[in-house]
Ligand binder design. Sequence first.
Ligand code: DQA
Length: 138
Amino acid sequence: MKKIQIINGPNLNLLGKREPAVYGNASFGGYLETLRSDYPECEIAYFQSNIEGELINKIHEVGFDFDGIVLNAGAYTHTSIALRDAIQAVTTPVVEVHISNVHAREPFRHVSMISAACRGVILGFGLDSYRLAVESFR
Ligand code: DQA
């Protein structure tokens, strides 16, 4: 059984309510249920926090044990050298995901502090960015 950790960063607890034109109408909880039933051969753990240090702690916690981490770091993507260092510090590969196509948005979203430390980046496919990332660990 593959162990996959999904980590969502700041403001992603508001999916379904937050800027639906950009992020859609679906809550993450419902999507996660579908994902878990579509991949019964994977144990998919979920964690969300609005706090940078808690995201780092979770990467440390699972990062030597799990088979993959799917990370949507939200706006910390564009600012956090500490998150990049955490990704580099662990042995579990991390796939960076974004719901929106950040390259079609404001210039400050075109820069990622974490991409270079990740195995790959999937963005712009709505919530299915997470599915494609899980698929990459199967
Ligand atoms: C996001 C894109 C980020 O720029 C933004 O700050 C988010 C969500 C996305 O999933 O599209 O919070 O990571």
